[in-house]
Design a protein around this ligand. Structure first.
Ligand code: ADP
Ligand code: MG
Length: 397
């Protein structure tokens, strides 16, 4: 699908995305920069991506008429939201190239299948996931309580629909485990051993229809209350041997899945001397990822550019990072002062700092914990980026 092309009926080359959140918005921006028209399928009338797209199909993700319209308008389709029904991607794939495909999205949507996939390619990737057990039935709960004391203290996570630390309960004892499973609605879960993390990192890879892969260097991520808070993206952000290992693992996971598009693989760095060789794979997101937003301002091709290239069958350039960067997530919390009053953040001061790039997602209402935007800081060297990031963070606290 070449950008800017017009077919015999006058229809413009159009790329489609299922989901209207901020990831869709940044995808739309990247596609439009190349001359594509865009179509967003999203039920919310005021969604970040719908507001900036040429076409906004305002239906549910599984609405047959909406999906038919999306397929009719677009030459290739992607998703920005991993809990979009895999069936919707399956339906679209009958008539259009869809990247990533329904099968890999279905794996990433379910922690049980995701972990089974990581285990299946552990020999190739060189990394395993944290020790875990599946709990789908009362009998399995009982068996884990009886035989898997090695998994405590642990984290019970719902198999489906968890994100930003939601759908998780930390448990110390077998009794707490039973209570937590009930609290989560006795749905399918995994119990994961709590690991002593020294750091977390993620790797973004892009894979084309022909199996070509390019990747970004791993970024180090700091989570607060289960939500990404800060991403450190510069040389020396983690030990080079671990960075190489994470990169190779992410690439082999993408190959093993036959993945097409941008994939983010998240890792734990665990205390040395453990059985895991320092690196444990946590989860994957079948789409561009919050931890890769710095690539817009700090690299010569962003994760969204690569998503466009991959789905449209354009060449995949190996991205080059030209500036060290730190990304600060801007949650709705920033819009409230200490006494809980709504306020406008001090953009005047933040934007007067050198190398600050503000991205706001166009959400009309700030809520605590809601991702409203992010601030990427770039600079000539790591020390100055860190200094500006500290100042920006204190202005925004
Ligand atoms: P989500 O889908 O909400 O991102 P994660 O599985 O990534 O769920 O968990 C969110 C955060 O909780 C992780 O980034 C990490 O900080 C912490 N966490 C999750 N699993 C473990 C574990 N097994 N050991 C230690 N910390 C964990
Ligand atoms: Mg996570």
């Amino acid at each position: 699908v070449f950008p800017g092309s017009v077919d015999a009926t006058g229809q413009r080359a159009t790329l489609g995305v299922l989901g209207g959140g901020q990831l869709g918005r940044m995808f739309v921006h990247a596609a439009q920069r190349l001359g594509y028209f865009t179509a967003v399928l999203e039920p919310d009338a005021q969604s970040p991506a719908g507001l900036v797209s040429h076409h906004h199909i305002q239906t549910g993700y599984d609405d047959p008429a909406g999906l038919a319209q999306l397929a009719q308008l677009c030459q290739a389709i992607t998703t920005e939201f991993e809990n979009v029904p895999a069936q919707a991607l399956q339906t679209l794939a009958q008539t259009r190239p869809v990247a990533p495909g329904a099968a890999v999205v279905a794996i990433a949507q379910n922690r049980i299948e995701e972990k089974a996939h990581f285990a299946a390619c552990a020999d190739l990737s060189g990394v395993t996931c944290a020790p875990y057990a599946v709990i789908e039935t009362p009998a399995q709960l009982q068996a884990v309580q009886n035989d898997r004391a090695d998994l405590l203290p642990g984290i019970l996570k719902t198999a489906r629909m968890g994100y930003d630390g939601k759908g998780q309960v930390r448990v110390k004892t077998a009794a707490e485990l039973a209570a937590a499973w009930a609290e989560l609605g006795s749905v399918a879960c995994v119990l994961e051993k709590m690991l002593p993390l020294t750091a977390e990192c993620s790797v973004l890879v892009a894979r084309g229809w022909d199996g070509q892969v390019v990747s970004f260097a791993p970024q180090r991520n700091v989570h607060v209350d289960g939500i990404l808070a800060v991403t450190h993206a510069y040389e020396g952000n983690m030990p080079p041997a671990l960075a190489d290992k994470a990169c190779e693992a992410a690439v082999s996971i993408a190959h093993h899945l036959g993945y097409v598009g941008v994939l983010c693989v998240e890792f734990f760095v665990v205390e040395d001397g453990s059985a895991h060789g320092g690196l444990v794979v946590n989860e994957m997101a079948p789409r561009p990822h919050n931890s890769g937003h710095y690539t817009i301002d700090a690299c010569d091709a962003s994760q969204f550019d690569l998503q466009v290239h991959a789905m449209a069958g354009l060449p995949l350039p190996q991205p080059r990072q030209h500036s060290p960067a730190i990304m600060l997530n801007l949650l709705g919390d920033v819009w409230f002062d200490a006494s809980g009053q709504l306020r406008e953040p001090d953009w005047q001061s933040v934007l007067s700092l050198p190398g600050t790039h503000l991205h706001l997602y166009g959400k009309s209402e700030a809520r605590v914990g809601r991702k409203m935007g992010h601030l990427t800081i770039t600079g000539p060297d790591v020390a100055s980026v860190k200094t500006v990031a500290r100042r920006a963070a204190s202005l925004l606290s």
